[in-house]
Design a protein. Structure first.
Length: 348
């Protein structure tokens, strides 16, 4: 089959790789219907993180079950499924407590020597515990519906997780720092699922501002740094926001997040801190701030998110503003690296 491979910084190719097979009784083989490129795929592409040459890429997908191992009991060939971007065993203390990202057997598609989602098919370990069946089968969804479902695999769940960690609840004012797919999905999650009253998106990009407003942002702040702080204070009667989602992970975005949160408020951070921001703890103490940082345990959110997409009450697929074929994966990386696309969907 065909799959995208990482060669070195700035260099992704699509090549022939062995077909995936059931290796453990708990495995399934899933044929990809849609996958995509993630902002986090760009770290190795930009040489921020090291990655093994010829390692597989992609960790977000929806697909159809092709084959299951003898111990798989809840899935059958033909089932239409979505996978969380990382998997767990489903049986350990962490998995049973909704934190499969801490499972000793956890892994990510494309991580280590695992199949990636930017390919025609994958072997899925612990299939019963990880794959969520989408009702109606693949034929029940048009292109837009498929992208709404694909978004639940990572960015919708990750954005929502940021808003949950920031303590967004009914009636609060929230700020979202970051206008990537995750930040935009944090806006949607804060408004649609958590019922925030006011959501302020920090964005300087007109396309992303428009999508943020479509997702329910009540205000857009198009400046950075000290100016952004002043603008948010102006919009919040001078006290700042009770909940702030940090969806970038840089020292500057952390400074802004802590500048715009009100005393007694909370920051929920899902931006990967790849440039090592440091946080002073004394201001957290004197201002009574809460800070939660976490990789999204997507599987915990998936059944609810899928149900909402199927019911037509949640549609995050608009974050995919470009769709290419699997063979065009190298072009997808270029488009995202240049910020010409928010997020690129791939059709096998
Ligand atoms: Zn991702
Ligand atoms: Zn586990």
């Amino acid at each position: 089959m065909r799959a995208a491979l990482y060669l070195d910084a700035g260099h992704v190719v699509v090549d022939d790789v062995p077909d995936p097979t059931v290796q453990q009784p708990t495995d399934a083989v899933v044929r990809v219907v849609r996958s995509c490129v993630c902002g986090s795929d760009l770290w190795a592409y930009r040489d921020t993180f090291k990655r093994e040459p010829r390692s597989r890429l992609g960790h977000e997908f929806i697909g159809t079950v092709e084959e299951v191992g003898s111990a798989v009991s809840t899935l059958r060939p033909g089932d239409f499924v979505v996978a969380p971007f990382s998997y767990g065993c489903g049986a350990c203390w962490w998995c049973r407590h909704g934190l499969p990202t801490s499972c000793p057997q956890s892994g990510t598609w494309g991580g280590g020597d695992h199949d990636g989602a930017q390919g025609e098919a994958l072997r899925v370990p612990f299939a019963d515990a990880n794959l969520v069946v989408i009702p109606g089968g693949v034929e029940a969804y048009d292109d837009a519906g498929l992208l709404d479902l694909l978004a639940t695999s990572d960015v919708m769940a990750t954005g929502l997780h940021g808003a949950v960690m920031a303590g967004v609840t009914d009636g609060v004012t929230a700020v979202v720092v970051g206008d990537g797919a995750v930040g935009l999905c944090a806006v949607l999650g804060a408004v649609t699922l958590l019922k925030a009253e006011q959501v302020i998106l920090l964005s300087r990009n007109p396309t992303r501002q428009a999508l943020g407003r479509q997702f329910g942002a009540t205000d857009v702040v198009a400046v950075r740094g000290e100016e952004a702080k002043e603008a948010v204070l102006d919009l919040t009667n001078g006290h700042g926001a009770e909940a702030v989602v940090e969806a970038v992970g840089t020292p500057d975005s952390w400074t802004t997040a802590l500048d715009v949160v009100c005393d007694g408020g909370q920051v929920g951070a899902v931006g990967v801190p790849h440039t090592a921001p440091t946080i002073e703890t004394m201001p957290l103490l004197s201002r009574n701030l809460g800070v939660r940082v976490g990789i999204a345990p997507v599987r915990r959110y998936l059944p609810d998110l899928v149900e909402r997409v199927v019911a037509g009450s949640l549609a995050a697929g608009a974050v995919f503003d470009l769709t290419l074929t699997l063979e065009q994966t190298p072009e997808a990386y270029v488009a995202m690296d240049r910020r010409e696309a928010i997020k690129v969907a791939l059709v096998p």
